[in-house]
Each structure stands twice: as C-alpha cells, then as structure tokens.
Design a protein around this ligand. Structure first.
Ligand SMILES: Cc1ncc(COP(=O)(O)O)c(C=O)c1O
Ligand SMILES: N[C@@H](CCOP(=O)(O)O)C(=O)O
Length: 479
C-alpha cells in the first residue's frame, strides 16, 4: 500500500516510512492512495475473529511492508485482555472493546477505554508503541517523538513508550487545563525517556508547535522528530478496527446496519469511522458530538470551517475535546472535495494563516449527505444532566466526554433509521474526571486500585511559553 499527502506532495511512501515520518513534507496528512474495499466474503469471515485477528486482517490492508508473521505477533502482543483489563463488571475484557448496552440492541456504549490510561487513545497507542519498537530495531534507528495533548493522548503515548530505549517522548500539554488525574498520569512518570512540557496556552497552541517543528525539514531530519498524535496515519488506521468490532457486536448478520456517535475534537476518531464506512462497513450514520468548542458542528451545519483563536476556545468539563483546530479534518475534506489535493492545499493555506473557509453553496458541500455524517454539540449543563440521567436510568456511570456523545446521540436519534442500533463511543472512564462526576452524582467515580493516589506522587514537568524555538532548544539539549 502506497500513501499520498492530502496536499499533493509527489512522493508515495509506504507504511513504515510514514509511521516514523508523521506529517508529509508539504505539511499535509498521509492517506492511502485508495481505500481498500472489503468484500462481503471478507466481512462474513471477519465476524467471528478475535480482536487481535481482526486487527491483523484490517491492518494487513494498510501495512504491506511488514511481513505477515511479524504483524501478527505485534497484534497478538498488543490486543490482550491483560492490557485492556478495565472492562465493567459483567462485560468481557477478552472482547477488548465490549459493548455495554444501555437499552438492549438499541443504544450501547462501545467500551474503548479499558486500557492502561483509561481512554480510547490506548487502543491505537499500545499498537504504535510496539510498531515503533519493531521498525526502529529493524532499521537500527532512534526517534524523538514530539506530541501535543489535551489530556489523554499524552498519558497513552507515555505509557506505551516508557522504557523503550530507542524512543524519547516530548509531550506538550496546556498548563492548568487538564483534570488533576490526567496531570498526575503524565507528570508522575519518572522514566528517563519521558519529558513533559506544560505550555501556557491552549491545546491548539501546543498542536501548532508540533506542526511547526515537524514542518522544519532540517530540524526534523537532524533530530529524528516523530509524531504520535493522530496526524500520524498509524493512529487512525488502528482506530478503524474497533468500528468493525463494534459493528459485529451490535448486529447478527452483515445485512444489518449500525450507527455510531463519536465525541470529537481533533476529528481523529470519527475520521477512522468515516474510513471504515468508505471500506464498505455498513454504517448508516456517523454522529459527531462536540462540546462547547463547536467548530466541527458548525461546519457540518453550515459548510463554514472557522477555527477559533485561543481566546475564543472554552475551557470545559470535557477538557480533552477543548480543540478548535481539528487536525484530521483535513483528511475528511480531502475526500469531500474529491481528493483534489490542490484544493486542499488552498483551503489549508487560509487555515494556516489564521483564517477560515466556506464551502457552503459549493458542489462539494452539496455532496455532504453522501458521507452520512450529522452533528450536534453539548454544554456543561447538558453533560452533567446526561451523566445523571444515564446513572439513574441505567445504573451506568459515564465520563464527561462520553456524556457529550450520549447527549448528542439522543438529540440526533431521529437521523438514525428505525431498528438500527446506535453505539456511542466511550472515549474515557469517569475516574479521570472526578470533579464533574461529584457535581453530577454527588459521589466519587470508581477507579482501578493500581491508580489509587496517583495525584499524590511527585511530578516532573517543565513550564514553558508556547514558543517553537524554546521547544526546539529543550529537545536539542536533551538528545
Ligand atoms: C476522552 C476524549 N474524548 C474525545 C476526544 C476527541 O477525539 P478526536 O480528537 O479523535 O476527535 C478526545 C481527544 O481527542 C479524548 O481524549
Ligand atoms: N484529545 C486529545 C488531543 C490530541 O488528539 P490526537 O488524537 O490527535 O492525538 C488528547 O487527549 O490529547
């Protein structure tokens, strides 16, 4: 499988190169030259596979430069019930992403947050850790990962990469904007290959720094800079798998359809759903849920993509979705405009210069219906009421991001054809957001025993202004 850049760069690298490379040299994002179409026979054969075998079947379509036996060993090592061990009592951890039905066969949670850091990021990041280790060892190379997090990517990456001798992680986070639990998960790690940098800004400032450093070709090559954010295609590829697994869990035959509601920020998770649908998975509807930072909801309602400035970005109680410049949205727009990379490059010229674009009235936006995507947004009051209602009605405690998903799923239920099951992606566990759980339910969320008291551990973090040169200096001094 060869990959192209959304902005038209001439090179056509294969998977292992883009795994290490992250952003394309022209600032675009990598996508497969074409999406593999899954035949009915394949879908039938995949229905009964374990998660690891399903991951192998799907990833083999995208990764053709790792021998099959090695890829199988990587998938087997990654997707185990020991790693994804925090399933709800009664739900089967061996399924890796079990469905927890709120209303049997109608409304369920796709449990994606049973991994070591209690968020869906572990689903892809554990795989990335093993892929990096494999490729770097085979090539005799090392990598310095530069990432940005609004709360969950950082800890998932650090847990996946800690102690790996060929990898260093430099993780930028927005100072004071994440929950106490999220901060403790990252900053309490004392591993020598992990560096946490809190920037005095928002997540988008951190993400801009990552992109600026990655776009400095000389620096990137000299200091072997890699990416673990969902700008890295490997993240999106790994996330495609659980849409298939969720589909098989929610249906009895491949004649049926399913709908997914996805709490969204950077558009990585739902981008994987969009690609699963392009591959032929029978998805009737993809519902995108935002919090108060509703830049994506605005686009799907109006055709206008208007990233907000830091001062207009809200600090909310679903902090991991406090994102106003959604990096993976470029991948979706590439498909929306018929894979016209010139057009994408023009549109993102405006975005990268701090502007917006308006596709309303265009022939492209007229085709938006083909993508089966609708959207809605939530607010603090909405998520608190949803956490309360789900707990009272179903006895299930959900986190603030999943609550945004459930709230929007209810709002958009009318867009789902009758009889089609609707799965809300559970993107984090409530233990990460105790303050809002207390507000909603007047009680503490449960947390795994092994994570008790992490807030009391000593923390190691560097405070910095959102300054590209300062971040580069920090890296140079440590490699
Ligand atoms: C808990 C949680 N929910 C939802 C999201 C949004 O996912 P995405 O950025 O892939 O749209 C994130 C992070 O991005 C997250 O950490
Ligand atoms: N919500 C994310 C933000 C980064 O998203 P990514 O999927 O692009 O890594 C976080 O928790 O850090």
């Amino acid at each position: 499988m060869k990959y192209l850049s959304t902005r038209g760069h001439a090179a056509r690298p294969e998977f292992c190169d883009i795994l290490l490379g992250g952003l394309a040299p022209d600032g675009g994002l990598y996508l497969p030259e074409s999406y593999p179409r899954i035949s009915r026979a394949e879908l039938d054969a995949w229905r009964s596979l374990s998660y690891a075998d399903l991951a192998l079947a799907i990833l083999s379509k995208f990764i053709t430069d790792i021998p099959a036996a090695d890829l199988k060993a990587i998938c087997d090592k990654t997707y185990t019930a020991e790693i994804y061990r925090f399933a709800r009592p009664g739900d089967d951890a061996a399924e890796i992403t079990p469905v927890h039905w709120l209303e049997a066969g109608k409304l369920g949670l796709l449990e994606l947050s049973n991994g070591p850091t209690l968020a869906f990021k572990d689903m892809a990041m554990q795989l990335l850790g093993n892929l990096f280790e494999y490729v770097l060892e085979r090539r005799g190379e090392t990598i310095n990962i530069l990432g940005a997090t609004s709360g969950d990517t950082g800890s998932a990456a650090e847990y996946a990469m800690r102690g790996k001798h060929a990898v260093r992680v430099f993780m930028l986070s927005p100072h004071g904007k994440m929950s106490a639990f999220q901060r403790a998960q990252m900053y309490s790690l004392q591993d020598e290959n992990i560096y946490n940098i809190a920037v005095t800004g928002m997540f988008d400032d951190a993400q801009d720094i990552v992109k600026a450093v990655s776009n400095d070709a000389a620096f990137k090559a000299k200091y072997k800079i890699g990416a673990v954010n969902s700008i890295n295609w490997a993240r999106v590829a790994a996330q495609i798998v659980y849409y298939f697994k969720g589909y098989f869990a929610a249906t009895r035959s491949n004649d049926e359809q399913v709908a997914f509601c996805v709490p969204s920020g950077n558009f990585g998770n739902i981008c994987a759903g969009h690609i699963a649908r392009q591959m032929g998975l029978p998805i009737a509807r993809l519902i995108l849920a935002t919090n108060e930072n509703d830049v994506l909801d605005e686009f799907f309602r109006t055709g206008v993509y208007r990233p907000r400035k830091a001062a207009e970005t809200h600090v909310t109680s679903s902090p991991s979705m406090d994102i106003s410049k959604a990096s993976n949205f470029e991948r979706f727009v590439f498909d929306l405009v018929g894979r016209d990379s010139k057009r994408v490059a023009e549109l993102w010229k405006a975005v990268d210069a701090g502007g917006a674009f308006d596709l309303s009235g265009s022939a492209d936006f007229a085709r938006i219906g083909d993508f089966a995507l609708v959207s809605g947004c939530s607010s603090h009051a909405g998520r608190v009421a949803t956490i309360r209602k789900v707990f009272e009605q179903y006895g299930t405690m959900i986190d603030t991001h999943t609550a945004d998903g459930v709230k929007v799923a209810w709002d958009c239920a009318g867009s789902v054809p009758a009889g089609v099951p609707l799965l809300v992606l559970e993107t984090a566990l409530p233990a990460k957001f105790a303050e809002t759980i207390r507000e909603a339910l007047g009680r503490e969320p449960e947390r795994p025993a092994e994570l008790e008291g992490i807030e009391n551990l000593p923390q190691r973090v560097e405070l910095m202004a959102p300054d590209v040169e300062a971040v580069k200096r920090f890296i140079v001094e440590r490699v």
